[in-house]
Design a protein around this ligand. Structure first.
Ligand code: ADP
Length: 163
């Protein structure tokens, strides 16, 4: 069984993330979507919110979810993953992603980093852009999955969502 990990901060999940995860699920037997909690980026959504939103809009028989605050390659090794799947938007992603991939390769040579090309329509999409547009009352319905649209709007506008 070929297992892949799709790591990210998913703060919040966008249509770009969803596309990469679902395409990874076509290529691998099992995909673990891993919400990384040790990011240097400060997050708007808590780890449990990010996980809840992902589970609400990303579905698939072979897709699972988890959170982790350690080294990605350690998680991959412990869970028998053969690949880390990342999405590449533009040349701007490349330097950072390539550096990460080479670091992971040096720490755990058996793991492959697989880059999937972002869909043209998602090339400009990022979680930070979604939060910024939403905060300024812009329409984000084309950027996040419909199932989580209300949650994101509520949260971005500073209201606490306790459901
Ligand atoms: P962001 O870069 O939006 O803060 P993450 O850190 O959560 O997102 O990224 C997780 C993974 O999803 C990374 O591999 C990133 O390149 C990928 N990704 C993010 N946005 C998109 C998008 N619009 N299209 C394809 N892949 C994306």
């Amino acid at each position: 069984m070929k297992i892949a990990v799709c790591p990210g901060s998913f703060d919040p999940v966008t249509l770009g993330h969803k596309d990469i995860i679902e395409r990874a699920a076509e290529l691998f037997d099992r995909v673990i979507v891993l919400v990384m909690t040790n990011s240097v980026k400060s997050s708007m959504f808590s780890t449990s919110e990010r996980l809840r939103l992902l589970k609400k809009c990303v579905k698939g028989d072979n897709i699972e979810f988890d959170t982790y605050d350690g080294l990605l390659v350690d998680y991959a090794r412990k869970n028998g993953a053969v690949a880390i799947v990342k999405g590449l938007r533009a040349v701007s992603d490349f330097d950072y992603e390539f550096q990460q991939a080479l670091t992971n390769q040096s720490l755990f040579p058996e793991i492959e980093t697989v880059f999937l090309t972002a869909k043209g329509k998602n090339m400009f999409l990022s979680s930070s852009m979604v939060k910024e547009v939403c905060r300024l009352n812009g329409d984000i319905s084309g950027f996040v999955p419909a199932e989580i649209l209300d949650d994101v709007i509520t949260r971005c506008k500073g209201e606490v969502n306790n459901d």
